[in-house]
Write a protein that binds this ligand. Structure first.
Ligand SMILES: Cc1cc2nc3c(=O)[nH]c(=O)nc-3n(C[C@H](O)[C@H](O)[C@H](O)COP(=O)(O)OP(=O)(O)OC[C@H]3O[C@@H](n4cnc5c(N)ncnc54)[C@H](O)[C@@H]3O)c2cc1C
Length: 151
């Protein structure tokens, strides 16, 4: 169990920037980012543009270098979702059964694609694009767009 501090749920751009600002504003207590993706926070716009068309490498999308988190004493708990929040006891429960106490909690869980509710929506060649792995999978198909004029 981690000591009380600032817990950020969601490992995206908002989470990374909130942690950055907490340190910039002088907060010295524990900062923990809990994200259900296994990758550290990254930017998604390139996933449908430069990364998708091969103009940028996937490793250019990260908000901060890996070492930045340790340098700023920001703990990354990746690959695990927050499954419950107990506001009375100021605890979040993680899907792996562990708990983290917080003084301040930020929910930065973003959005996820809404499955298309039509027949055939799960056919081969139909893709959803949210994560870096989605972009890489789409890039491997022959039907990837030649220009980034869509998002
Ligand atoms: C392909 C694509 C292209 C885009 N292009 C543009 C653009 O050109 N211009 C623009 O302005 N915006 C663009 N956007 C939108 C922009 O990327 C989002 O506004 C931005 O990602 C929001 O950041 P966020 O941190 O709030 O949320 P997200 O990036 O969605 O990150 C939230 C994270 O929280 C995680 N999470 C959710 N629930 C839990 C939980 N219970 N426990 C732990 N983790 C959890 C999610 O898995 C995710 O990793 C694009 C988005 C996509 C997908």
């Amino acid at each position: 169990m981690t000591a009380q501090g600032f817990v950020i749920v969601g490992g995206g751009l908002a989470a990374a920037k909130a942690a950055e600002q907490a340190r910039k504003q002088g907060f010295e207590g524990p900062v923990v980012i809990v994200g259900d993706e296994t990758l550290r926070p990254y930017e998604r716009p390139p996933l449908s543009k430069e990364v998708l068309i091969g103009k940028a490498k996937p490793d250019t999308v990260y908000v901060h270098p890996q070492e930045w988190y340790a340098e700023h004493n920001i703990e990354l708990r990746l690959g695990v979702a927050v499954s419950a929040i107990d506001r009375e006891s100021h605890q979040v429960r993680l899907a792996d059964g562990s708990e983290i106490g917080y003084d301040k909690l930020l929910l930065a869980t973003g959005a996820s694609p809404r499955p298309l509710p039509v027949p055939g929506a799960d056919a081969n060649g139909v893709h959803y694009l949210r994560r870096l792995s989605d972009s890489e999978a789409l890039k491997k198909t022959s039907s990837s767009p030649a220009s980034p004029g869509w998002w």
